[in-house]
Design a protein around this ligand. Structure first.
Ligand code: ADP
Ligand code: MG
Length: 247
């Protein structure tokens, strides 16, 4: 589905990704984890063609993500960011339908798709005609997910989509996301800094440190067969303090 070959990226002379080789197959949920600043968001933006590599290539379905091809390819990719990134001056419905309307979908087709997605994402019907500020954080993310799925993309890229939500809402959305990923069977690349969330959602985890893949595998591989001391360090740094209390 995606293939990165010797991709490097620097900002202001600072190497964010030294030389990334990565392939992402079809139909799996891949979760990118790693410390803040290790290049997770940059990697997603490279997949989406929002950022161009300094060297190396990004391919999506055998086509290079570069130049004129980018806009077209991007329609096959849904993207959700942490705060939803909804347009504040548009209602939830307008946010969801903007691109489909622009592409000339009929009103009937748009309405049918919105209904389907509202059911899939468990968004209450009356939320559709509200503006983003009138929605809870969790509802905003459900709308952002509907928008990302509107054109039925082959891939979903999600950058810390639950990062700004409080724990109860977050747990509820984690359950819904897992259900949605399973029922759709799409390729999903999700970024989180929460190893528990990664364990819950991932078929495969990719742990990054300073733009380098330290380990790629199941959560069981990372826990029981760490490729590097950093893997264990990263995982144990996130252990719930309550584990110690109840132990
Ligand atoms: P992560 O998502 O893992 O926290 P990012 O990919 O956002 O990491 O950032 C990796 C590094 O690149 C950070 O040091 C960040 O400050 C820097 N960076 C990212 N985007 C830009 C940009 N547009 N301009 C300058 N520096 C950037
Ligand atoms: Mg980030």
């Amino acid at each position: 589905m995606f293939s990165l070959s010797a991709v490097s990226k620097s900002y202001n002379g600072q190497k964010v990704l030294p030389a990334m080789d990565l392939t992402i197959g079809e139909g799996k949920t891949i979760v990118l984890v790693g410390p803040s600043g290790c290049g997770k968001s940059t990697l997603l933006r490279l997949l989406l063609g929002l950022v161009e590599p300094d060297t190396g290539t990004v391919h999506f379905r055998e086509q290079e993500m570069a130049g004129n091809a980018v806009l077209n390819l991007r329609h096959q990719i849904g993207y959700v960011i942490q705060d939803g990134g909804l347009f504040p001056h548009l209602s939830a419905r307008q946010n969801v339908t903007l691109l489909a309307s622009y592409l000339g979908w009929s009103q009937d087709r748009v309405n049918a798709r919105v209904l389907e997605l509202r059911e899939l994402t468990h968004l209450p019907a009356d939320a559709l005609d509200r503006y983003p500020v009138q929605l809870s954080g969790g509802q905003q993310q459900r709308v952002a997910l509907m928008r990302a799925l509107m054109l039925d993309p082959a891939v979903l890229l999600l950058d810390e989509p639950l990062g700004a939500l409080d724990p109860l809402i977050r747990a509820e959305l984690q359950r819904d996301l897992r259900e949605i990923f399973r029922s759709l069977g799409k390729t999903v690349v999700l970024v989180t800094h929460d190893i528990g969330e990664a364990a819950y959602l991932a078929d495969e985890v990719v742990l990054l440190k300073q733009g380098v893949v330290i380990q790629r595998g199941t959560i069981g591989d990372l826990l029981h067969r760490p490729a590097d001391p950093f893997v264990t360090e990263f995982i144990s740094a996130q252990r719930n303090p309550l584990d110690e209390v109840t132990a």
